[in-house]
Ligand binder design. Structure first.
Ligand SMILES: Cc1cc2nc3c(=O)[nH]c(=O)nc-3n(C[C@H](O)[C@H](O)[C@H](O)COP(=O)(O)OP(=O)(O)OC[C@H]3O[C@@H](n4cnc5c(N)ncnc54)[C@H](O)[C@@H]3O)c2cc1C
Length: 431
């Protein structure tokens, strides 16, 4: 891996607002061409919103319909700050006005029930159907309830995952606020791959931030199903500094990897038989691509969607592209920034395909993720990826230094907010 000049990289992606979401995609597309054609995008999250937006930016003659059940999109990024009472739900709520008014994307608020790849058609829950020349699928994740005995959608009302932001975030926040001083807040980290690898540790930090201010005798127990995460050593060092003795981390290979949940007794059981009792239990289940990717056959046995890494076209169905958390994107982690970066590359691929042109290649994929540990203290990781032997491969990247100064942590917390503003402005076409 080539040496990463972290300071220079952060200058570009951290402080740069829109550049945070823009990745490094500069396309030689002919702005005069009148391609026409019809594209349907499923899912108005980071991947789908960005892709719909950029198809229209690259070629306004293409008709783009974005199908998303919700009128407002609540982002997972910064949702841990809502749990901790630093921000409220308004801060993490986005709407689709910019995509409609500034880009001319047609919004349909419904859920796609089925995809007919041969007939190039999607059918909606509401009963109508839409035809397409190209389909982009960005449905995010769903949960593998079957990997934990006793876990289900119903259990999640008692032991919330809060891994899709919205109701679940509010529920977990209420439980945290109602917890007695001296209580135990458990976070069960799922097996990889899962959405936002450092986010469970960010959550542990911000829950500890809340507890240290409001219920200082309490404890956060992080039960990890794995042993390795590149940010973990930086988190652990920061926990010692910010929340001494409040956060305990249980190593996956020893007692972690939860296989049983008892919502009545409020216990989790690890594979080794160890039992954990919590006053609040944040059980984050193992994940797979969103339901529509499963029912349409886009996902394989492993639960994720195999794609051509240059165009994100599905390896199963022609003229259908899968981006974001749902797809297998080599070394790229499942993050909003990755989904957005993929959305732009996919937009270029879709426009090129509609024009019958060859997709421009040799581009760079980028992503970064910030984690707040208290309002003015953040760390980050970032990666730059290129295609190598047909695989998206990390060629450069890094994590915040374990012994960085307090000044650097404060600076990174400002970059984190700049990143959020930049990526949401960009993805949801706010300007
Ligand atoms: C606590 C937490 C913190 C995070 N923090 C960060 C961070 O700081 N930075 C970062 O980059 N990432 C972060 N992430 C990860 C990020 O949220 C996801 O990686 C990102 O949302 C993935 O984008 P996506 O487009 O694949 O899916 P999503 O953004 O989840 O969008 C999927 C959309 O598809 C819609 N949908 C699903 N099925 C259908 C259907 N059948 N028909 C129509 N619509 C459908 C859903 O309603 C949803 O709106 C965090 C995640 C968590 C849980």
């Amino acid at each position: 891996m080539s040496k990463f000049n972290r300071r220079d990289f952060l200058k570009v992606i951290g402080a740069g607002g829109i550049a945070a979401g823009a990745g490094s995609l500069w396309l030689p597309l002919n702005a005069q061409a009148k391609t026409g054609g019809r594209v349907v995008v499923i899912g108005g999250g980071f991947g789908g919103a960005t892709c719909a937006n950029y198809i229209r930016r690259f070629d306004p003659s293409v008709e783009v319909t974005l199908i998303e059940p919700k009128k407002e999109f609540i982002t997972c990024p910064f949702s841990n700050t809502v749990l901790a009472g630093i921000y409220n739900m308004d801060y993490i709520t986005q709407n689709y006005e910019g995509l409609e008014k500034n880009r001319g994307v047609k919004m349909v608020h419904d859920t796609v029930k089925s995809i007919d790849p041969a007939g190039k058609k999607v059918t909606l829950k509401g009963g109508s159907s839409l035809t397409y020349d190209r389909l982009v699928v960005s449905p995010g994740i769903s949960f593998r309830w079957d990997t934990i005995e006793g876990a289900s959608e119903a259990t999640a009302k008692v032991m919330p995952h809060a891994w899709k932001a919205g109701e679940q975030t509010t529920l977990l926040q209420k439980q945290l606020q109602a917890m007695k001083d001296g209580g135990t807040f458990i976070i069960a980290v799922p097996q990889k791959p899962f959405r936002a690898p450092p986010a469970p540790y960010e959550r542990a930090s911000l829950v500890a931030y809340y507890l240290s201010k409001n219920k200082p005798k309490s404890k956060v127990l992080v039960i990890d199903s794995g042993d390795s995460n590149e940010e973990l050593p930086v988190f652990k060092a920061a926990w010692e500094e910010l929340y001494p003795k409040m956060i305990e981390w249980v190593k996956g290979s020893e007692q972690g990897e939860i296989h049983k949940a008892d919502a009545k007794a409020m216990t989790l059981t690890g594979r080794s038989g160890a039992s954990y009792k919590g006053d609040v239990i944040n059980l984050i289940p193992t994940q797979k691509a969103g339901d529509i990717a499963q029912s349409s056959g886009l996902a394989g046995k492993d639960g994720w969607c195999a794609v051509d890494p240059e165009t994100f076209e599905s390896k199963v169905h022609k003229n259908v592209h899968v981006i974001g958390d749902a797809c297998i994107a080599g070394d790229m982690p499942k993050t909003g920034h990755s989904a957005s970066s993929q959305g732009k590359i996919c937009a270029a691929a879709v426009v090129s395909a509609l024009r019958g042109e060859k997709m421009p290649s040799d581009f760079t994929y980028t992503e970064s993720i910030y984690s707040l540990l208290e309002p003015a203290y953040a760390i980050s990781s970032a990666g730059v990826y290129r295609l190598k032997s047909g695989r998206i491969t990390r060629v450069s990247g890094g994590v915040s230094d374990v012994d960085a100064s307090k000044k650097t942590r404060v600076k990174e917390s400002k970059f984190a907010r700049g990143w959020y503003k930049g990526i949401t402005t960009d993805a949801f076409a706010k300007s």
